[in-house]
Design a protein around this ligand. Structure first.
Ligand code: NAI
Length: 403
């Protein structure tokens, strides 16, 4: 029976998936472990689940001698030595889509609150005022939403916004299929000039740094609002501060910041602190009970599929081979250096032992090639040893049927 070891209080939905698939040897830890305690806990583990606090470095990988795959029950994977894992034949899976809906709902909620001027009104009531006025308050129905970055989250925001009667424009550097009635804007400027609400859903990094700066903020409609639940680096905060103070923009909601506090008791440092037309949240766009449950299920399902079939679709560091139903007596998983002639040579070894290949898939990624091969007979230990000794082989396993 394969053993699954889960650290960092992973949502019970993960254990449910493993148990339903027959993997009942699931060991769970409430927190992250380090050093020798981690190495000890990894002994006998065939699949491991971590979140962001476990440092899965080369030493941890070396200590986990039975390991077949790693699951990051979160979005980020930089806590794992991805290259070392890949070269050790360990695909790393994560949950890139599990919190999409949570972010999209927050954005829509903030759009409504900002157009109704609720942050200011809320603050005024707390301060003892009763400004019962419709001045500056608008419905979002019929207003234009401009989405910058029409990927997983951006397109989901657009679909929800249309259900509320918004007109949806988007701008993306890639050609994207518009969902429902959304329309692509050829330039960022055209989008900014027309939108009552602008929301950012681009990745971080050099190409998106300060996409919203003094020039692009000036292109926004007077009275419009800006929402950023993407990455802190995409908005020039000083420029935004100026546009809010001047009254050009009516409000903003920010969930991410150029520099975020490291711990619970560290305050956020930002010129926007104290502005009552700005909603500030501590990077919780994707943090809901539902997203945690989805993450547990999504990553556990990817691990189960890999353990059962060798399918590596969705791995972040590994050639991605899709699920292939078993078509032979035995299945061999072969990870090798991506050099010409490897597949022909492997086929020759099978032929030499009188085995016919009845199903095969190969995918390559950077320096790696990964092949799943089904053969019509039993693979002997001698043949397996030959495949393992083949030049460039990084890992070769027989996929045992059952658990
Ligand atoms: P995605 O990769 O599905 O979509 C990003 C889109 O932005 C792609 O369509 C891409 O072509 C486009 N893009 C890239 N550069 C662009 C540019 N310069 N101008 C216009 N479009 C550009 O990503 P996903 O999953 O939708 O995530 C979007 C952002 O949300 C990411 O930055 C992610 O880190 C952040 N995020 C924030 C969370 C939170 O808690 N606040 C939770 C989850 C994600």
């Amino acid at each position: 029976m394969k053993r699954i070891v889960l650290f960092e209080n992973i949502h019970p939905s993960a254990t449910e998936v493993f148990e339903a698939a027959g993997y009942t040897d699931v060991v769970t830890y409430k927190s992250a472990l380090t050093g020798s305690a981690l190495h000890e806990a990894l002994k006998g583990a065939h699949a491991v689940g971590i979140r962001s606090r476990t440092q899965f470095d080369a030493d941890a990988i070396a200590a986990a001698t039975d390991l077949e795959a790693i699951g990051c029950f979160c979005i980020g994977t930089n806590q794992v030595d991805l290259l070392k894992a890949a070269n050790s034949g360990l695909p790393v899976f994560n949950a890139p889509f599990s919190n999409t809906r949570s972010v999209a709902e927050l954005v829509l909620g903030e759009a409504i609150l900002l157009l109704r001027r609720i942050p200011e009104k809320n603050a005024r009531v707390h301060q003892g005022h009763w400004d019962k006025t419709a001045e500056g308050a608008f419905e979002i129905r019929g207003k234009t939403l401009g989405i910058i970055g029409y990927g997983n989250i951006g397109s989901q925001v657009g679909t929800l916004a249309e259900a509320l009667g918004m007109r949806v424009l988007f701008h993306d550097v890639e050609a994207k299929l518009p969902l429902s009635n959304a329309r692509a804007c050829p330039s960022l400027k055209r989008l900014l000039e027309q939108s009552d609400v602008v929301t950012l859903h681009v990745p971080g990094g050099a190409t998106t740094e300060n996409i919203m700066n003094s020039t692009t903020l000036a292109q926004m409609k007077p009275g419009a609002v800006l929402i950023n639940a993407a990455r802190g680096s995409v908005v020039d905060i000083d420029a935004l501060h100026e546009h809010l103070q001047s009254g050009h923009l009516a409000g903003a909601a920010l969930d991410v910041f150029p520099e975020e506090p490291k711990g619970t008791n560290e305050p956020l440092k930002s010129p926007l602190i104290g502005m009552n037309n700005v909603i500030l949240t501590p990077h919780i766009g994707g943090s809901t009970q539902e997203s945690q449950e989805n993450i547990g299920r999504e990553v556990a399902e990817k691990l189960v599929l890999y353990l059962r079939s060798g399918a590596s679709k969705g791995a972040v560091n590994f050639p991605e081979v899709s699920y292939m139903p078993a078509s032979g007596a035995e299945r061999i998983l072969h990870l090798h250096k991506n050099v010409p002639g490897t597949m022909a040579a492997l086929s020759n070894v099978f032929a030499e032992y009188g085995l016919n290949i009845v199903g095969q898939q190969l995918q390559t990624r950077d320096q790696l090639g990964y092949a799943i091969t089904d053969v019509d007979g039993i693979v002997s230990e001698e043949l397996l040893a030959k495949l393992r000794a083949f030049p460039g082989t990084l890992r070769c396993e027989r996929l045992r049927s059952g658990l």
